[in-house]
Structure formats: C-alpha cells, structure tokens
Write a protein that binds this ligand. Structure first.
Ligand SMILES: [Zn+2]
Length: 416
C-alpha cells in the first residue's frame, strides 16, 4: 500500500494534514535574506511569520510561507564553501559515511539533496566514490560541476527519484544538510527517498534542532526559509508512513545546535539506543506538548523586552552600537524586536554582496567589516551568535579597546 500523501494547506499540518493554528506571530516580516539596494525600499515584500506546532504529529512548522519566487531571487547565491568551519564539518561528515556506511560495499552510490557547491560531495569524488548532487539553484550547481562533481539542477521528488534509480541504480546513502528544513513538501521528499534508497541504504540529514531552539530561546531560527524545525519525535513520525525508521541521532554544534538523523528501511538496521534516549529527553523537555510553545512564546516576549531595554539604555547614553553579522537569522530579531538605525548604526558583514545594502524591513545599512575594525564601536550586537567562540577570539582587540558584546542567546547580556 502506498502512503497517503497530501499537499500543504494553509491551516493544516504540512505532514499529517491535521488542523493547526499558530501559537504566536512574529509580526510582519520581510524576506530574511532580502538585503536591499537603497533604491529597492519602496516595494518591499512582507508576510506574517506565524509558527505552529502540530499536536497530532509533533511537527514544528511555519503556517504561512512567502511566494518561493520572492525567496530565491538573484541575490540568493549562498556558497557553502566560503566558511572554513563548515568545510571541516562536511569533510568529517563525508568521511564518517565512507568509513562506516560504505565499509565493505562494492561501488557504493551516494546522492546528496541540496548539494550546494559540492562542499561535501567533493570528498566522495576525491575518494573515487560514485556520487550525484541534486541542487535546484543553477548557478550554485554550475560551480560544483566546474570542479568535476556530478550535479543535476532539479528539485528532488518522486519523479526525479525514479529517474535517478532507473539511470544509475539505487542509492547506498542519501544525504542532506540544512536542506530538509527548507522543503515545504516533506512527504514528497520522503516518498522520493523511499523509492531511491537501496534496501540496505541509509538516509542521513541534519538541520537546526528544535530542542536547542526551545532551550535557548533562539527564536531567530524561525524565518521564511526554515519551514520546519525538527525534533527526533517529529522526524520519527513523519517518515514512518514511508517505511523509514529513525535508527540513530547525533547532536551537532553547527547552526547554534543541530541534529543529524539517520533513517533506514524499517527492520533493516538495529536501532541505536541513542534514539530512545533522545525521545525520552524530548518528552522531558515537553517538545511534544502544546504548553511548551506557549512558554516559548513568553520567553520570546521577555527576550525582546530585555534586548530593547538594553538597546534603549545604550541609545540614551549615546553609545555607538554596531551589529555584527548580517545573517538571515538577524532579520527575525531586528523586525520582531523593532530594532532601527537609531539603535544600531550599521551592521558589519564580510559578504561583499551584502555590503552597501540595507537590512530587510528595518533598513539598517550593511557595511564592510573594515568599517567595524577601523573605528570600534562601544558595543557590538552579536547577530552571528552561532559563531560566538570564533568571533570573540578574532575580535580580542575590540574587547581590549574597551568594546563590549551585546548578546541575546540564551539570554540578553553584555559580555566582554
Ligand atoms: Zn501534523
């Protein structure tokens, strides 16, 4: 019997179709990565950012998502390989697959969904492993192909899964990193994985983890591109109708707290005891209870009040405050809290395409990193908090010169 699949409906869970209602609204929100040229502020696009929790299947999701054409415009050219830290992370991920899953296999075949510029697949290519990347963003896929990494520009679904299986055979491993949480039609992808995976294959993916977001009140994980924030509980339930079983979980420190999930055809592998332990932790955290999200909402409101009180005080003291890192995450914080150019003089960022632009919604200028280093502000608001350790090490000179960091995860504080 084939699983019953329904498309996402407004007001219905994208996974199980139960009726759901948002537990809060972050208000009118622009596109998180929609940094504007100064002449583009007139017709800026906004939507209402409303997360919901499905009590039936436990999936945390966005109820409303902007038109995808508004999201993946020409400015959306994020190349994974620009981060050295992420390069090392994906090299380790690839080697873990090669050394464990592929050990003893003849000519294994790996498929990566959302393979970007080949940051992970290049390690399979270098070891002579048969591989295929599926990357919807054509310009990013071109970069991968130019380096000899087999990549097709397409969206992964049942049809594509059948085509790949017919042309190249079933996959020993299907991988995805920071991709699954972006795809609204999760059942469609799950059905594709079910079709493409060999009977003894594994599907491994990692994404920001709901447990970390709730524990740290890191609500800035919630923005237009993150349609789901997963937990072991919700992943286990979402894939079960497709004959896929959660067999392992592995916490990751990337993106402020992520989880790597390993799924396999039901009964094909032993289930690690880490799975039941994680499910028990999630039950203890209340991740499957609606009340937890009402508390999360209250925590978000308290965080907002504390941050604005701090920024208001610094402003009244005429302190210079500069934002550090024009991240997608920062768009939710800036617009939900009501941070303006009156609070934050500019945002410093090393990404050339963002420099000279204005932040989405609040229109805070984004300037080159040199502007920060040239004349240190009194305070730096750390938007790129998930890289706090690296950044605070790099910016020892800022603190030595008397500068202080304003942070808001897990709590609003001024730190040196
Ligand atoms: Zn549901």
């Amino acid at each position: 019997m084939s699983p019953k699949v329904k498309s996402a409906n407004n007001g219905h869970c994208r996974v199980c179709s139960a009726r759901i209602t948002p537990f809060m609204s972050f208000g009118r929100m622009p596109i998180a990565n929609g940094f504007l040229r100064p002449d583009q502020t007139e017709n800026e696009y906004f939507f209402e950012l409303t997360p919901a929790f499905c009590e039936a299947c436990g999936m945390f999701q966005l109820l409303e998502q902007p038109d995808p054409q508004k999201m993946f415009h020409e400015q959306y050219a994020f190349y994974s390989s620009t981060s050295h830290y992420m390069q090392a992370h994906f090299e380790a991920f690839a080697h873990a697959v090669i050394n464990t899953v592929f050990a003893g296999r003849d000519e294994p075949f790996v498929v990566e969904l959302g393979s970007n510029d080949g940051i992970m697949l290049r390690h399979f290519k270098d070891r002579g492993v048969r591989h295929l990347g599926v990357e919807p963003s054509a310009n990013v896929a071109d970069v991968a192909r130019s380096q000899g990494i087999s990549t097709i520009s397409a969206f992964f679904d049942r049809g594509l899964a059948d085509q790949i299986a017919a042309d190249q055979g079933g996959a020993d491993a299907i991988l995805a990193a920071n991709v699954m949480c972006h795809i609204p039609d999760l059942p469609g992808v799950a059905a594709g994985v079910q079709r493409l995976l060999k009977a003894d294959g594994v599907f491994m993916f990692e994404d920001p983890y709901l447990g970390d977001m709730i524990a740290k009140t890191s609500y800035d994980q919630i923005y237009d591109e993150h349609v789901f924030i997963f937990s072991a509980t919700s992943v286990q339930r979402a894939f079960a109708p497709f004959g896929l079983e959660l067999v392992d979980v592995m916490p990751q420190i990337t993106h402020g707290g992520s989880m790597r999930y390993t799924l396999a055809p039901k009964g094909s592998r032993q289930v690690s005891k880490k799975v039941s332990e994680q499910l028990a932790k999630e039950a203890a955290l209340g991740l499957d209870q609606a009340e937890t999200y009402l508390q999360f909402r209250a925590n978000c409101e308290n965080s907002r009040a504390a941050l604005m009180q701090t920024l208001g005080r610094l402003r009244s003291q005429q302190k210079r405050v500069v934002g550090y890192g024009a991240t997608s995450k920062s768009t939710t914080v800036i617009n939900y809290c009501g941070i303006t150019p009156e609070h934050v003089e500019f945002i410093s960022d090393t990404t050339p395409i963002k420099q000279g632009r204005l932040s989405p919604g609040a229109h805070i200028p984004v300037k080159a990193y040199g502007e920060f280093a040239k004349r240190y502000p009194d305070y730096a608001l750390l938007f790129a908090w998930n890289h706090a350790a690296e950044i605070r090490e790099k910016e020892a000179g800022f603190v030595a010169a008397g500068g202080r960091w304003v942070v808001y995860v897990p709590e609003v504080a001024i730190v040196s």
